[in-house]
Design a binder for this molecule. Structure first.
Ligand SMILES: [Fe+2]
Length: 494
């Protein structure tokens, strides 16, 4: 990989092809109804400067592009597990990257935003994002994978003037726990030293970093934000996200009534005022020199709430956002050099294998199969409250209810299992018992169906015909829905 200065210059060059966008919304094309939302904003005299849309079918994205010809669109990707050491060896990686570039082109997005997180690791699958291991090796692998995706965008996404969309990497949320040996801001510093990507600073995600690391026991939120921003490569932040926070529907006694509250990232939830206070602090920081856009992430939120929150955010922050963006534009040199292209990163086979093993242990620890152990888990071992919440509340809820409730999906089979005395909770242990080679691009719903058939075959073979019949109906309905509205993907925390 190139040296620090060359990487920095390459980034500057790429950034120049992104004009300031201002304040906008990050949405999903299905929910809430996008055109209704735009109409209601218009009634209040509001028009977002851009819309960041979440991955959908190319047909659905094309329809949005055609229906809103004078609105800038940007792309929020999903499903490229760039944190994983073996992702490039996956049989679907090339195809997934190709599809993503086609979608970027279709909506003329200036960037690809992707979470620095994954839902599949070392052969284990999850319904919502888990954060990367915060280690040096993990940062090197993330940088190498981003370089590969950026190269594909440079090749297949180049515009007439030779520029291409920019990879921007989002700070992911913590869901009760964090693991690793280096600080989170330093991790992003390592990544940006190696690859010319931009960053997305999600203010709600940053709040969860405070809440679920030792920081919340040691210092005030304001001090945490100050120290974090001083270490984080803030000069690479191209976009800021602000979304809701709420206690999760799976939260039990251990998670309710804590101080600070045990909130998680939640796009349907209202934005708490503490996030706007943090946003003020971020916008005032002198190192924020590459900012191009600020979006409220509002997918799955009621339209009335979106309109109220957006009106309030524009009233409060539009001037500060304009001023911050202008500061960045003035600081740029005006040469017309084209980006040199990220050099292919080299991470040795043995290093990748090491990280794969680390992620194998990671999956076993967070799913509760093995005790908290090893150098990446020292902080988590000191106070296991968060990990316990994840293992005993959040994760079982995800496997049993989220993205498809098993007793609603398989009513007959669940009755048969009940009569036989099988507790559905056993399915969680079954799900995480062993890693499995991936045979399809990630789809949590279809995976749930497949694994449930296997589970029933093992614990109640006499119910096999029943579960297969119910599965056939589910798969058929799912395929039909997808033909009409595109993959019904749940964003989870993004
Ligand atoms: Fe976000």
């Amino acid at each position: 990989m190139g040296n620090h200065d060359a990487v920095q210059q390459d980034f500057q060059c790429r950034l120049r092809s992104i004009p300031p966008q201002g304040m906008g919304l990050s949405v999903d094309v299905y929910s809430p109804d996008l055109f209704e939302l735009i109409a209601q904003l218009k009634e209040r005299g509001l028009k977002p400067n851009y819309l960041e849309v979440f991955k959908a079918t190319t047909t659905a994205l094309t329809a949005v592009r055609q229906a809103l010809p004078d609105l800038a669109l940007a792309y929020h990707g999903e499903g490229l597990w760039i944190t994983q050491p073996d992702v490039q060896g996956s049989p679907f990686f090339q195809r997934d990257v190709g599809e993503m570039v086609a979608q970027l082109n279709c909506i003329q997005s200036l960037w690809l935003n992707h979470e620095c997180a994954m839902k599949q690791l070392a052969g284990y699958s999850f319904g919502t994002y888990v954060p990367p291991l915060y280690t040096m090796l993990s940062a090197e692998v993330v940088a190498a994978n981003i370089a590969t995706v950026q190269q594909a965008m440079d090749r297949q996404g180049a515009r007439a003037d030779g520029t291409a969309p920019l990879f921007i990497l989002e700070l992911p949320p913590l869901t009760y726990f964090s693991a690793g040996r280096i600080t989170i801001p330093y991790f992003f510093r390592l990544v940006t030293d190696l690859v010319p990507c931009g960053l997305v600073l999600d203010i709600g995600h940053l709040w969860t970093v405070y809440r679920y690391t030792a920081a919340s026991r040691r210092m005030s939120l304001e001090q945490f934000v100050r120290e974090f921003l001083d270490e984080f490569p803030l000069e690479r932040v191209v976009e800021i996200h602000v979304a809701g926070l709420a206690c999760h529907e799976s939260a039990g006694e251990a998670e309710l009534g804590t101080e600070p509250p045990a909130w998680l990232d939640g796009h349907a939830a209202p934005i708490p005022s503490v996030l706007f206070t943090m946003l003020e602090q971020v916008l005032a920081h002198q190192n924020l020199v590459s900012l191009r856009a600020v979006a409220l992430e509002v997918d799955t939120k009621p339209i009335e709430t979106i309109v109220e929150e957006y009106a309030e955010a524009v009233r409060r922050f539009d001037f500060a956002v304009q001023r911050t963006m202008a500061k960045g534009m003035g600081a740029e040199r005006m040469d017309r050099m084209l980006p040199s292209g990220p050099t292919q990163a080299v991470v040795s086979q043995s290093a990748r294998q090491q990280l794969r093993d680390d992620y194998g242990l990671y999956a076993k620890i967070i799913s509760g199969q093995v005790p908290v152990t090893g150098p990446d888990w020292q902080e988590a071992a000191e106070d296991q409250t968060g990990l316990t919440s994840y293992r005993t509340s959040y994760l079982p809820y995800e496997i049993l209810h989220w993205g498809g409730d098993l007793s609603e999906m398989f009513p007959q089979t669940c009755r048969l299992l009940g009569a036989r005395g099988v507790d559905l909770g056993e399915f969680v242990a079954f799900w995480f018992r062993a890693p499995r080679p991936l045979t399809e691009s990630y789809d949590f719903f279809l995976l749930k169906v497949e694994r449930f058939i296997e589970f029933v075959a093992e614990v109640a073979p006499e119910a096999l015909a029943c579960v297969e019949e119910e599965s056939a109906v589910l798969r058929q309905a799912y395929a039909e829905t997808n033909e009409v509205v595109g993959p019904v993907m749940e964003r989870g925390s993004a």
